[in-house]
Design a protein around this ligand. Structure first.
Ligand code: GDP
Length: 360
């Protein structure tokens, strides 16, 4: 395989000092399938990377990553800086980022035109998309059901278009194949796309159709673990006819946002534009007099969702700050502990000297 056909470019080449570069085609906890110039390699994570990160941390390799393998063994030593990353909040109580996929050029947000169609959910995905891919395309799948469900497709297309100004919105049917050919035309050879969307919207059907074969035949990879036992892992990256790559992210069930609160504003440009005309600069668009957002004829669901997403990300931001502070606190405690024998006045003086300015 030629690396450029897998997406290798100067951005990654500049970061490579030694070792063998490869792209993560699938990951299963500690086992990775890596595509290199010499073919497919099963690799694990060891050494410094193994000790400094864990399966859920941002430094851990994920599908789409470019990594550096040791010359002497199938071991991942380093993850190269990512061009883009698709993250979510780790499932559960942890207030941490989990990177699910990296280096995506085009993010396909898939929504079904059946019961799944929900503009609010599309808005949520659009916030996530701002950091995840270089370009975003919204796909409204199951267009074959439009007549049966008495849907006004033109109205839905223009409504969705208003949510994603500048991004293409396409209606298609993965089942009949109608509209599907528009997708490959959006990607150049070597570019990577990913499909995200709720379960049941037709992501696997789209992938299989575009791949031109049943994925099951190619999907499951048997990999040997450290003890020589065989585990099965799902391939997540596919080379499509035409030479572009498509990522399938089956694990994306729970979509809790992980993004900068400012990403919400970026996705709601219409509200931002209106807000410039509010009487008060710090208007919250709730009950202030002279609020241009409130007086505009804006879809009330959109405004409510804007507030909800902002609250959600602000909460995450606050909580992760609390966590950072807590971690910082225990770090300082650990540093100070060996000083227990030193009289407290000196200890205080010492900690003042070594603490960063904003902590003193
Ligand atoms: P995923 O969970 O997003 O991967 O969804 P799947 O590809 O497994 O599809 C879920 C269901 O929707 C399956 O029963 C598909 O046959 C059906 N489906 C997928 N695409 C279409 C479509 O374009 N039209 C219709 N009517 N059904 C579809």
């Amino acid at each position: 395989m030629f690396l450029r056909q897998l997406g290798w470019n100067d951005f990654f080449a500049k970061q490579l000092l030694d070792g063998i570069p490869g792209r993560v085609a699938s990951s299963n906890r500690e086992h990775f399938l890596i595509w290199t110039e010499d073919g497919e390699v099963e690799a694990s994570v060891r050494g410094r990377l193994r000790h400094s990160s864990s399966e859920y941390s941002c430094e851990w390799p994920c599908v789409g990553d470019w990594v550096v393998l040791r010359e002497t063994a199938p071991v991942i030593d380093r993850v190269l800086d990512r061009k883009t990353k698709l993250s979510r909040k780790q499932p559960g109580k942890q207030m941490r980022e989990q990177v699910l996929a990296a280096n995506i050029d085009v993010l396909f947000i898939v929504s079904g035109l059946d019961r799944d169609y929900n503009p609010r959910r599309i808005e949520r995905y659009l916030v996530l998309a701002r950091e995840s891919g270089e370009r975003t395309v919204v796909l409204l799948n199951k267009a074959d059901l439009a007549e049966e469900l008495a849907l006004n497709l033109d109205r839905i297309l223009s409504e969705t278009g208003r949510l994603a100004p500048g991004d293409p919105v396409l209606a298609l049917s993965a089942l009949s194949g109608d509209g599907l050919l528009a997708l490959p035309a959006l990607l150049a050879p070597g570019e990577t796309a990913a499909l995200i969307g709720s379960s049941g919207v037709g992501k696997s059907t789209i992938l299989n159709r575009l791949l031109g074969q049943e994925r099951q035949r190619t999907h499951v990879v048997r990999a040997a673990d450290d003890r020589g036992r065989h585990t099965t892992t799902s391939r997540e990256l596919f080379v499509m006819p035409g030479g572009w790559l498509l990522m399938d992210l089956p694990g994306l069930r729970e979509l809790q946002l992980w993004a900068d609160p400012e990403q919400v504003d970026g996705s709601f440009g219409d509200i931002q534009e209106l807000a410039r005309h509010c009487r008060f600069r710090d208007c919250t668009h709730t009950s202030e007099p002279g609020c241009a957002v409130q007086s505009a004829e804006l879809d009330s669901g959109r405004l409510a969702n804007y507030r909800k997403l902002q609250r959600e990300l602000a909460y995450l931001d606050r909580k992760s700050d609390v966590r950072v502070e807590r971690e910082e606190h225990s770090r300082w405690k650990a540093i100070e502990r060996p000083c227990a024998a030193i009289p407290s006045a000196i200890r205080l003086e010492q900690s003042r000297r070594i603490r960063p300015k904003d902590q003193s």
